[in-house]
Every structure is written in structure tokens, then in C-alpha cells.
Design a protein around this ligand. Structure first.
Ligand code: SF4
Ligand code: SF4
Length: 100
């Protein structure tokens, strides 16, 4: 996914830094802030409960696909590890990320 032009210079912001465009958090590539680890799901263990999708604070899992799995979204994941900690089947492992 290409990074949108979400960052604005402070001189361009509205007085009081009020938000003029609802839903603009979708534009921010919070995955850029991730350092070290990313979650990887073992689909053999996943029971499609959706907890990772519900509990992720950054909406970094997509809604269930036609098979019931939730795809991980690199663009938003900050690598906090909540999904791995809360998965009832331990189907998510936090793995070291190799810098590209
Ligand atoms: S929390 Fe675990 S078992 Fe539930 S959908 Fe996510 S990966 Fe699958
Ligand atoms: S590591 Fe954190 S931000 Fe990334 S998908 Fe899991 S819960 Fe969401």
C-alpha cells in the first residue's frame, strides 16, 4: 500500500489544530512506527474467533475474509503484541523483523 501524503506542516493546520477531515487516521501509516517485531498467524491453529481483529488498538487486522481469517495489515501494525498475548489458541507469534 502506498503511503498517502498524511503529514502536514504545522503552518498548514487549522487554528487550534482542529480536525477538519473526519476519519483521517486511516491515512497515517502507523506501521512505520513499528520496531523489532511483527505478528505472524499460524492458520493451522487459528479458530477464527476474531479476537485479534477486535482487540488490536490500531485496526491492523482486516475484517474476516470469505474463509473467516483476518489478514494482518502491515500498514497499521505498531507491533505492540496485544494480539499475540490475547489469542486463545496461541496462534500468533511475534517474530523478529528484518530491516529492509
Ligand atoms: S485471536 Fe487467534 S484464534 Fe482468534 S482469529 Fe485471531 S489468530 Fe485466530
Ligand atoms: S501487534 Fe499490536 S498493532 Fe500489531 S496487529 Fe497485533 S495488536 Fe495490532
Amino acid at each position: 500500500m502506498a503511503a498517502p501524503d498524511a503529514i502536514e506542516c504545522w503552518q498548514d493546520l487549522a487554528l487550534g489544530c482542529s480536525i477538519e477531515k473526519p476519519g483521517n487516521s486511516c491515512d497515517f501509516q502507523t506501521g512505520d512506527w513499528r520496531t523489532g517485531q511483527k505478528p505472524v498467524t499460524d492458520r493451522e491453529e487459528c479458530i477464527k474467533c476474531g479476537l485479534c481483529y477486535i482487540l488490536c488498538p490500531d485496526a491492523a487486522y482486516a475484517p474476516a475474509d470469505e474463509e473467516g481469517y483476518h489478514d494482518w495489515l502491515d500498514f497499521y501494525c505498531k507491533g505492540c503484541g496485544i494480539c499475540a498475548a490475547e489469542c486463545p489458541k496461541d496462534a500468533i507469534a511475534m517474530v523478529e523483523e528484518v530491516a529492509s
